[in-house]
Design a protein around this ligand. Structure first.
Ligand SMILES: O=C(O)COP(=O)(O)O
Ligand SMILES: [Mg+2]
Length: 213
């Protein structure tokens, strides 16, 4: 049995439309300029507090608006349903195959825990995971390794599957083999991120992972 930890946004789910909707609604309520869907991936990856710091700087608003923006964004984040169609094709089938093979699956995401719970409930992913660590579950977030260490829970044989520089740095810091999903919200070319494997198609993931042990 292996323990495989997964990132969520940009790895299992194309969550940018959902994140954008929550942030844009909150910006509008606060009377601030908005952001586009196209700009949104550039803000994602280091958790919601950092995302909103980046958004405030981008729209030219004062950092003093951060708490109000955080509270309103969280409200929309947890009350706006996530669409199961936002899962990358083949994700539920791949997780099912990995579970059936006896592996333990966990989630290690910088998305706030409450928003993670609603997203995995709405998209039907919740039953696959033995453990969920969100971006506010611990005092630190990725790329600090503490979240990933907690998500792997002392397992001897592990993998971390993620889409971004943040995930790669986290895996390196934790000493965990990193598998890169290439279709998420990465800025740098794949070859610049150390990885034991990479893939772009979830239907191939279980077979690719099986070559790693
Ligand atoms: O919320 C974020 O900033 C990114 O979330 P992730 O860690 O699931 O990619
Ligand atoms: Mg991600």
């Amino acid at each position: 049995m292996k323990t495989i930890a997964f990132d969520l946004d940009g790895t299992l789910m194309d969550s940018v439309p959902h994140i954008h909707a929550a942030v844009a609604e909150a910006l509008s309520e606060l009377g601030l300029p908005t952001i586009t869907v196209e700009e949104t991936p550039g803000f994602v990856g280091r958790g919601l507090p950092v995302l909103l710091e980046r958004v405030l700087a981008h729209v030219g608003a004062s950092p003093d608006r951060h708490k109000a923006l955080y509270d309103r964004t969280m409200h929309h984040y947890v009350t706006t349903p996530s669409d199961p169609a936002s899962l990358y094709p083949g994700v539920p089938e791949a997780l099912e195959t990995l579970r059936s093979a006896g592996h333990r699956l966990t989630l290690c995401t910088n998305k706030p825990f409450a928003a993670t719970e609603t997203a995995i409930r709405d998209t039907g992913l919740a039953p696959f995971f033995d453990l969920v660590i969100g971006g506010d579950s611990l005092p630190t977030r990725k790329p600090d390794p503490a979240m990933l260490i907690a998500a792997l829970d002392g397992a001897a044989q592990t993998l971390y599957v993620g889409d971004s520089e943040t995930d790669c740095e986290t895996a390196q810091a934790a000493g965990v083999p990193f598998v890169l999903f290439t279709e998420g919200y990465r800025n740098a070319p794949p070859e610049t991120l150390p990885h034991v494997a990479l893939f772009s198609d979830w239907t191939l993931a279980p077979d690719i992972f099986a070559t790693l042990w």
